[in-house]
Design a binder for this molecule. Structure first.
Ligand code: SAM
Length: 283
């Protein structure tokens, strides 16, 4: 095996050798704990030849652990300062392909050759939610997503109705996937140490949604509306979606929802019932 890119001395050496400045704006916190890196890679359950997408390889630490499984790794990195670094640190792996680009702008399906794949990444925290939403909403042929995120975001992803942190992210993640919180990671495991605790979430992408809904767009419109003004009652939030009093009353009656509730108490099924009642009325 090559040099261990999760070894703190190696990371320090690479950073000095290439004169890198950790770019805070790009969320550059590099992992320096071998066991943690191995655990994240193991959570992806990769077999030799499996296509896997890594977002933000940094100096190649997690990339190395993914490559060691024999998987076919595609790593998308935005920072061009890191390209010569990755060229060097991963030079002995012929199963790694580094792509220079912004994950929010590239065509992911095209990059992954329109074949089923998994995602495994230590995400840049400034765009965690947009990245997760892009992966989910584009209906890409993804089997599993393993991501390290801020602990607070991980908790929102797996939150159940009725908890304070349950929101639009919880509903989306749970609509498209079965998420599980795997483990927490202390700031000490990174260089430089971030201010927050991190956590790893594994999401098995669902073949079929957990609730049936006639019009998915409307379902997500209802969800977005319900959480856009968290202090308002559900009934009042529907007003901001452009519905009249009578229409709202009709929808609430048909879906048997008490309009005085808050969005954060509503299950996926209840959001689906409201969306379907709205669709019926609009038809
Ligand atoms: N995987 C490495 C590790 O675990 O040590 C580094 C992870 S670091 C938290 C996030 C990485 O994402 C950085 O290398 C950063 O340059 C990269 N990055 C930031 N924004 C990006 C974007 N829009 N597209 C692709 N990569 C991005």
């Amino acid at each position: 095996k090559d040099v261990d890119l999760s070894n703190p001395d190696v990371v320090r050496y690479v950073v000095n050798r290439f004169g890198l400045r950790m770019n805070k704006k790009l969320g550059q916190n590099f992992l320096i704990r071998h066991a943690v890196v191995d655990d994240i890679a193991a959570a992806a359950e990769l077999k030799p030849g499996d296509p896997v997408l890594e977002i933000g390889p940094g100096i190649g630490t997690l990339t190395q652990a993914l490559a060691e499984t024999g998987a076919a790794v595609t790593a998308v990195e935005l920072d061009d300062h890191l390209l010569p670094v990755l060229d060097k640190t991963l030079e002995h792996y012929d199963n790694v392909r580094v792509v220079h680009g912004d994950i929010m702008r590239i065509d992911i399906a095209e990059t992954m050759n329109h074949k089923p794949f998994k995602v495994c990444a230590n995400l840049p925290y400034y765009i965690t939610t947009p990245i997760i939403m892009k992966l989910l909403e584009q209906k890409l042929p993804i089997e599993k997503i393993v991501v390290m995120v801020q602990k607070e975001v991980a908790e929102r992803m797996v939150a159940a109705p009725g908890s304070k942190i349950y929101g639009a992210l919880s509903v989306s993640v749970q609509y498209y996937t079965e998420p599980r919180m795997l483990f927490e990671i202390s700031p000490k495991c990174f260089m430089p140490a971030p201010e927050v605790t991190s956590a790893v979430v594994s999401m098995d992408v669902r073949q079929t949604p957990p609730v049936q809904v006639q019009d998915e767009k409307r379902f997500f419109q209802v969800v977005k509306t319900a959480f856009s003004q968290r202090r308002k009652t559900f009934s009042n939030t529907l007003k901001s979606a452009g519905l009249s009093k009578e229409q709202i009353a009709g929808i609430l009656e048909a879906s048997r929802i008490d309009g005085s509730r808050r969005g954060e108490t509503m299950s996926l099924q209840e959001f689906a019932d409201v969306a379907d009642a709205w669709s019926h009325m609009a038809a």
